[in-house]
Design a protein around this ligand. Structure first.
Ligand code: FNR
Length: 379
């Protein structure tokens, strides 16, 4: 409605309302290094493409004359009531996209009431991002470092800063072969853009001989590289994590039904079916194709969230119809951030929500819980 009303005064929306066009707009604005970091994926990027193709293989079958005058997008996810089934995926190093980075993202999420998930590899500290988000709902994403004491410190800080749920990313204990970043020698990482949470941490600082200054910065960067990922983790480690965090925990990066069952068995509250936007295992199954088996496997015992390839409101509806409780939006909001900071993220979130609501209504649904396989046909 706002767009229609603005149109009466000849005011155009500044950014594309077709969110599939955001990448092109962002490419024109960002440096090749920044755009490559955001848009890129692992290897030949076959899985990133497959994520999109999987959505195209499902088509919506609209139903008519079902009184959709009153619409309601609200859901409860991992025990948290939300105004809509959309969260902001954790995306690290956001200040290479816009100087305000995660602060802008947190403000935009708070303005729309959506939950932003903050990455461990953020370019601003979790405390500063929490302050920027104010009363907005926030979750924390853990990259589980090698040192348990450092992991515990991250969790304590997240708790103290008001992050209510924990998303543990299990698919990125090391960065994959990502040619667009490798070709530029991973410059943003080596310059230390995603280290704010590490460098500000008392446990980390103790390990590098005190607060990070120009003097020990090189040592700190090397320590960070050593700590970042933890390839030795197993399912047995989750018992320790469960003791450290009393709120909901979801494992992000689950693609196999057996792994989903193990998440149930180890006391997790949810899984995020995700292949990290095709950024980890090139050639991996499309995330949407992995979703139904995971939904079946957990049988409603824990929450199922979904990401990788969501670009439109219709995509959100398809993932929900295939059994997801909610989706994480990834690159689209980051393109919005790159294009116009907080306002750009807000634009993207509002477009997705409006398109989702219209898709639901025009296909004969008032609430997201009415969506089922009946909503879809194979293309
Ligand atoms: C990510 N993703 C990610 N995931 C995570 O758990 N921690 C992180 O720090 C990051 N960082 C990150 C940076 C960039 C530039 C991208 C594109 C992605 C993965 C992210 O949470 C999500 O799984 C994907 O973005 C989903 O895929 P789409 O929607 O971007 O295709």
């Amino acid at each position: 409605n706002e767009i229609y009303l603005n149109g009466l005064a000849d005011v155009l929306p500044g950014l594309p309302t077709d969110l599939t066009r955001l990448a092109g707009a962002a490419e024109a604005k960002l440096s090749a290094t920044s755009f490559g970091y955001l848009a890129g994926a692992a290897g030949s990027e076959a899985t990133a493409r497959a994520n999109r193709e999987a959505f195209d293989r499902w088509r919506i079958v609209p139903r008519m004359l079902r009184d959709v005058a009153e619409r309601d997008l609200s859901v409860t996810v991992l025990g948290t009531p939300m105004p809509a089934p959309v969260l902001l995926a954790p995306i690290g190093v956001q200040s290479i996209l816009h100087p305000d980075g995660e602060l802008a993202t947190a403000r935009a999420a708070a303005a729309t009431g959506l939950t932003a998930i903050l990455s461990t590899a953020a370019s601003h500290t979790m405390e500063d991002v929490a302050e920027a988000g104010g009363d907005g709902p926030r979750w924390y994403q853990l990259y589980w470092p090698k040192d348990r004491e450092l992991a515990a410190s991250f969790l304590d800080r997240a708790k103290a800063a008001g992050y209510t749920a924990l998303v543990v990313t299990v698919d990125t204990f090391t960065l994959a072969w990502r040619p667009r970043d490798l070709d530029r020698a991973y410059l943003p990482f080596l310059r230390g853009i995603g280290v704010a949470n590490y460098f500000s941490d008392p446990v980390f600082q103790r390990a590098v001989g005190g607060p990070v200054t120009d003097e020990n910065r090189q040592v700190a960067l090397l320590h960070w590289i050593g700590q970042f990922g933890n390839p030795s983790l197993t399912w047995d480690d989750l018992a320790w994590l469960r003791e450290q965090w009393d709120g909901p925990i979801a494992l992000k990066g689950i693609q196999h039904a057996d792994d989903a069952r193990r998440a149930v068995d180890t006391g997790m509250d949810g899984v995020v079916v995700s292949n990290h936007g095709g950024r980890q295992v090139d050639g991996a199954v499309a995330s949407l194709d992995a979703l139904p088996a995971v939904v079946d496997a957990v049988g409603g015992q824990i929450g199922v969230l979904f990401d990788s390839g969501v670009r439109t409101g219709a995509d959100v509806a398809k993932a929900l119809a295939l059994g997801a409780d909610a989706v994480l939006l990834g690159r689209p909001y980051a393109f919005g951030l790159a294009l116009d900071g907080e306002a750009g993220v807000r634009h993207v979130l509002r477009c997705v929500l409006a398109e989702l609501e219209l898709t639901l209504a025009l296909s004969g649904h008032r609430t997201v819980s009415e969506l089922s396989l009946d909503f879809l046909a194979r293309a």
